[in-house]
Ligand binder design. Structure first.
Ligand code: PMP
Length: 440
């Protein structure tokens, strides 16, 4: 990857010529550079169509609903003052009650009857903050988190940023392969490192980047496996269900959390970002009891609570019954865009030898594999050509793999249908196919 930040030399002088001594944590946090580089490329090539950005579709954002609720909230001075005051670290009880009911409704759709205790819920600044807090309270340097290959590359950055290790478990069309996970645990145990395994991370619905969901059978097996291997210490499953509500067809699947009989093993992370608005930065976590206090304490150190104002707003959206109809609209809009991207893939790529792609039933991404010889990385000739000559951007697949360089596949791309219009998606796919043809 090209180096996109000026390295701060250990001996770089400050105004008094004293050494700038940044923490080891800073040195570990290098993954963010890839995102900065992609953003720089977007700025430097303004005519490039972005199939890279994971942003949500601007046309779905609830401007009018939000305006009315805010006018109401601030029109009542008493309520307005409450919303503009500090809240609590775990977040508004009113919103947590609503989130508990929302989660219950989501489980009921897949016939999993559950009772959700709002005191186990914590509201966070996006679900990203929850992922980071979970990492912070569980992972010491050198600890191990098992992840699917490929998986959400920003979380790989969180793990590395803590000095911990992400160990990849290959996924197939049903998600992380549980038999390979078991083999890896056996290998780790034989190496005397089982006490370092604290976490298994799984994006359960429409994985970012692959669009694949973990099968129901594997959800059950994953919980059992985590329980069985919790010998020296507890191994938690971090279920990242960020795209759960963005389903366009296929069955409603119960969460991994619903297969956890005591709810002591699975941490469920969800968000209002994809279904409502990422700008509000509101996510939430449903936690095993022993983690409620540690996560809240850790969050207290950082911010003593996410935006109270936003929580008031979202509680009203849910209480008014405006949330689910909105999600329905969001889904309808993305379904059209997903179909357009898949149709364009068929139209422009079907005759190219060695190209294949996943047909996702939800989420925001189409995962495409090119012939082995076409590397797609940020410093590859193909990336350069796609951006500068053909005018189209994607996320290189290799960023989404943990592990050693030999464990990473280099010939894949994450293509997002989130932010561009259907016509731009089609045009972007046409340009991308041109780039592939040019290097084949
Ligand atoms: N998990 C996954 C898999 C994601 O793709 C994202 C956002 N791209 C997040 C978590 C975090 O999103 P947010 O903080 O907006 O909830």
């Amino acid at each position: 990857m090209p180096n996109t930040t000026q390295p701060l030399s250990k001996t770089q002088p400050s105004s008094k010529s004293a050494e700038v001594k940044l923490s080891r944590r800073w040195q570990w946090a290098t993954r963010g550079r890839a995102i900065s580089y992609l953003m720089e490329q977007a700025v430097e090539n303004p005519n490039a169509i972005s199939l890279a950005a994971g942003l949500v579709d601007p046309s779905t954002l609830p401007v009018e609903e939000t305006r009315k609720i805010l006018a109401d909230l601030l029109g009542d001075p008493e309520r307005g003052r409450r919303a503009l005051q500090y809240g609590t670290t775990p977040g508004s009880e009113r919103l947590r009650r609503q989130v508990a009911q929302l989660l219950q409704r989501l489980e009921e759709r897949s016939n999993a009857a559950v009772e959700i205790d709002p005191s186990r819920l914590i509201l966070t600044t996006g679900s990203q903050q929850l992922l980071s807090l979970v990492g912070e309270v569980l992972l010491d340097p050198d600890d191990i988190c098992l992840v699917a290959a490929p998986t959400y590359f920003v979380f790989l950055g969180v793990i590395h940023g803590l000095g911990a290790r992400a160990v990849p478990i290959p996924a197939d069309e049903n998600g992380m392969q549980i038999d390979l996970l078991k083999q890896e645990l056996e290998r780790i145990e034989a190496a005397g490192e089982l006490s370092k395994v604290k976490l298994i991370y799984a994006v359960s619905y429409f994985e970012n980047p692959s669009g694949i969901s973990l099968s129901v059978e594997r959800r059950r097996e994953l919980v059992r496996l985590a329980e069985r291997w919790s010998r020296e210490q507890k191994i938690f499953v971090l279920e990242d269900a960020a795209y759960r509500e963005l389903c366009y067809d296929g069955p409603d699947r119960p969460s991994i959390w619903s297969f956890d009989p005591t709810h002591e093993t699975v941490i469920l992370a969800q968000t209002f970002s994809k279904s409502f608005s990422p700008g509000l930065r509101c996510g939430y976590g449903l936690l095993p009891k022993p983690l409620v206090r540690p996560i809240s304490d850790r969050k207290g150190n950082e911010d003593f609570g996410s935006s109270n104002f936003v929580q008031h707003l979202l509680a009203t959206v849910l209480e008014n019954g405006q949330y689910e109809p909105h999600v329905e609209q969001v889904r309808a809009s993305y379904r059209v865009k997903r179909d357009r991207m898949l149709a364009a893939a068929e139209k422009y790529f079907a005759d190219l030898p060695g190209v294949s792609w996943v047909r996702p039933q939800g989420g925001l991404y189409v995962w495409m594999t090119l012939p082995e010889q076409i590397e797609t990385g940020l410093d590859s000739p193909f990336f350069d050509r796609a951006v500068k000559v053909d005018g189209v951007m994607y996320v290189p697949g290799e960023l989404c793999y943990a592990g050693t360089p030999t464990q990473r596949r280099r010939n894949q791309m994450r293509l997002s249908f989130g932010v561009e219009s259907p016509d731009q998606i089609e045009e972007g796919m046409r340009r991308l196919a041109n780039a592939v043809r040019a290097v084949l």
